[in-house]
Design a binder for this molecule. Structure first.
Ligand code: CU
Length: 188
């Protein structure tokens, strides 16, 4: 009874991979410019899909620092009451929860000359509609699953009934079914 065809294996693997969210991303603040004066960090941060699990990486010279501050202190460039203070020319900030976090440089005048950035982290789980892979159906919290299913389904289930042009929900259900069946085949 070792009848596990390669196709079955594929059907198992694809759904499992599709469900796992895109791997955590590390954002180098300022990209190749790093953390220094004269960079427009608002422009840098704009539109970036910061998500829970991602990290910020600040790379800077010893002239600078990274202070996490309140929204008010970010707006006022006040370094006198930081929530957290980082030095050492390389600082990695894990984005552990949804919300906006504010960072400025603690060196006098640097925040005013642009060393300030606000990072808005979107909610975790399925809510990440701002992820890179929102192509067709921006409908529910399971956007990732439904989006990837038609592509993989069309590619792999050639001999199965490919007739269902109606509704990605049916395709999703089918995909899960095939996945479960394949899993059962492997387990059993
Ligand atoms: Cu600075």
């Amino acid at each position: 009874m070792a009848g596990t065809t390669p196709r079955r294996l594929l059907l198992v693997i694809v759904p499992l991979v599709a469900v796992v969210p895109a791997s955590a991303k590390d954002y180098m603040v300022g990209d190749s410019s790093g953390w220094k004066s004269g960079v427009d960090y608002a422009a840098w941060a704009k539109g970036k899909p910061f998500a829970i699990g991602d990290t910020l990486s600040f790379q800077y010279s010893s002239a600078h620092s990274v202070l996490e501050v309140s929204e008010a202190d970010h707006g006022a460039c006040s370094a006198s009451n930081p929530l957290r203070s980082h030095q050492g020319q390389s600082t990695t900030i894990p984005l552990t929860k949804a919300g906006t976090r504010y960072f400025i440089c603690g060196a006098p005048g640097h925040c005013a000359s642009g060393m300030k950035v606000a990072i808005t982290v979107s909610g975790g789980g399925g809510g990440g509609s701002s992820s890179a892979d929102n192509t067709a159906t921006p409908s529910g919290p399971s956007v990732r699953a439904t989006n990837t299913k038609p592509a993989s389904g069309g590619a792999t289930t050639t001999d199965e009934s490919d007739s269902s042009a109606a509704g990605s929900g049916a395709r999703l259900a089918m995909g899960l079914l095939f996945g479960a069946a394949g899993l059962a085949a492997i387990m059993g």
